[in-house]
Design a protein around this ligand. Sequence first.
Ligand SMILES: Nc1ncnc2c1ncn2[C@@H]1O[C@H](COP(=O)(O)OP(=O)(O)OP(=O)(O)O)[C@@H](O)[C@H]1O
Length: 354
Amino acid sequence: MGDSRVIALYITLGCMAFIISKIIISILLYRRWRRKNMVYEDGFSGGKMVMFRSATLQSLTSEEFLKKTLKLSNKDIIGSGGYGTVYRLSITDSIAIAVKRLNKGSADRDRGFERELEAMGDIKHRNIVTLHGYYTAPHYNLLMYQLMPNGSLDAFLHGKSMDRKLLDWHSRYKIALGAARGIAYLHHDCIPHIIHRDIKSSNILLDESMEARVSDFGLATLMEPDQTHVSTFVAGTFGYLAPEYFDTGRATTKGDVYSFGVVMLELLTGKKPTDEAFFEEGTKLVTWVKAVVEDKRAEHVVDSSLECYPAKAIDYFFKIAFMCLEPEPSQRPTMTEVVKMLEQIKSESAAKYS
Ligand SMILES: Nc1ncnc2c1ncn2[C@@H]1O[C@H](COP(=O)(O)OP(=O)(O)OP(=O)(O)O)[C@@H](O)[C@H]1O
């Protein structure tokens, strides 16, 4: 009897020690989380929110936005790049936006930064991702973009192989034409004209109907990219940069045309221009495709996921891409001319597939 009491006492003491240690651990964890959160909150406090004429977010207040932003966690991340991390932020049950948090210290916080953002906020085009507004604080800058439910062209082409199969010839053609229209608008219809400087498949986003929307324009001119991000060279991304850029370092509309030509080849071949295999073999996507197509073996470079495609239309698509990829910038067409040439394909063959 005496023994069983002692055992019961030991069990009770053991349970109490276990519960007390759990409570102490929880308090310590909570205090650590609170401290971290306060540091995070401090980084955002004292900021300013600017909204452009956005019907979607008209009633969103700065406090509400901040409250929601502070709740963002890793599970809300939809992507990250050289300039920061992109999160999905729900505003209401039916409305969500993409918030890009620019890496601490990478943004130029002076007035010039805001002026450029305001210029971007004025741009409304069906092939350009809308910038709803921004929040600028002492330690962070947040950009609020229209959320693109189908992510980036890059993820579609180089992500899961199933996704690539979903991109038939007609979808690829439609994406090329939409992106070309968006870039042409930046080059020729915006005042002042805008040079994108970083045209690539990860900056071509896809809306709910797989229509292309150009994103990230202007960011390359707004700030120096993150030092640790290897794919970004001054402004722009290795694999997409026009050859003259390496000599002059000057961004031009013809440089964007070249990068668009690379995206066209990416669409047709399904190959990533930044693929290490090209560098290892001392070549690039452009050189490889040109050599094979000139050898009249175009079918060898066309993406094998494209099971059925109109050969004539593909030939013309290659021709347009090579015009964009002319080494001499003055020989390249303007983006308006590219749009016109792509539209000709539509009237000739794409209609068959729509
Ligand atoms: N508005 C958006 N809607 C949906 N997804 C987005 C949006 N903006 C960005 N993303 C996703 O986040 C990823 C990262 O975007 P981000 O612009 O930060 O970097 P990147 O373009 O991939 O690279 P870099 O910063 O070097 O240009 C994109 O590839 C895309 O998948």
